[in-house]
Write a protein that binds this ligand. Sequence first.
Ligand code: AMP
Ligand code: MG
Length: 348
Amino acid sequence: MNILAPSDEGLRRAAEALAAGLLVAFPTETVYGLGGDGFNRRALARIFAAKGRPRFDPLIIHIAGLDSLERIAATASLELRVRNKLDILCARLWPGPLTLILPKQPEVPDLATSGLPTVAVRFPDHRVAQRLIRLSTGAVAAPSANPFGYLSPTRAKHVQEQLGDQVAFIIDGGPCGIGVESTVLDMSAGSPRILRPGGTPRERIEEIIGAVEGPPVDPVRIFHSPGQLTSHYAPRTGLTLHRREEMIRLPYELSEAYLFFDRSSRDAWVQGPGRPCDGEPGWTETSRIHWLSEKGNLDEAAARLFDMLHELDRIGVSVIRAEWVPEAGLGAAINDRLSRAAAPTQIR
Ligand code: AMP
Ligand code: MG
């Protein structure tokens, strides 16, 4: 068993593995990361191999303090206007679920950035992640700890099921609080642009630095960031997406699973003709009928999204019917992940 508790001893062993160029999965506030020393090319190569991730999909370098930023990113080369925005974003939103794309320092291996002149950096808001990073070189490259294209892990057991034999250790820090990946914001090209919606709502960024561009409407056409591949974050089971009005009219099929946004949608559906009733045999199989958040709280919905999808994927249904959520706040990231989970297979 290679699962470690986040104790001093556990973290010491994990840091030793990182120093030896091995991989360690660790918790962050977004999802579990598959970590390797960001300056060690062999470790970086192992990350791509373990995930089956194409080398054109660059990694995020995780740091544990603002003092490490300059080692990774050449922020001095930014225009003053952009630099000021960067400073205020770092002060207000780090540590947190925000990844910044910045000009890279030459010391960062090209493998980490897929040969791009820019690097993705994040300071995670999770004590275990921060302690591990500080015990290492201070720069840990970590994509989500799942096979490329598959659902992201929000629990240590998800990592173990998917990549358990690829890592030296998995540090178990319990379920992830945010549950969707970081927002990726490109600061390298003049005006800030969101490349991937995520755990930091766009509204929050705009409150601080004013209007930002993106994300692109058609992720296939505009291929800035490989995380924008249409099919990504996807279960093996097919998934269809429905607006609320349509969702509550769907016929009830014993072989299908239903993922409602909130309780009121689920209740509206249950009142339709031919639905399972409390106490009926079909109804006891509630493992196929879920809501993301009983009261429609988007933060709670985000935290449960991948967990629910993992579970529905595991129980073997013919299709998962999921409901779009409201676009505000973390809703944008949830809808983004749902639409990629629903997209026809490209790379999986
Ligand atoms: P993951 O670590 O799997 O959550 O994905 C990291 C995301 O950051 C992917 O969508 C990458 O394409 C994106 N990313 C990393 N580095 C860069 C970069 N230099 N420029 C643009 N996007 C990047
Ligand atoms: Mg990922």
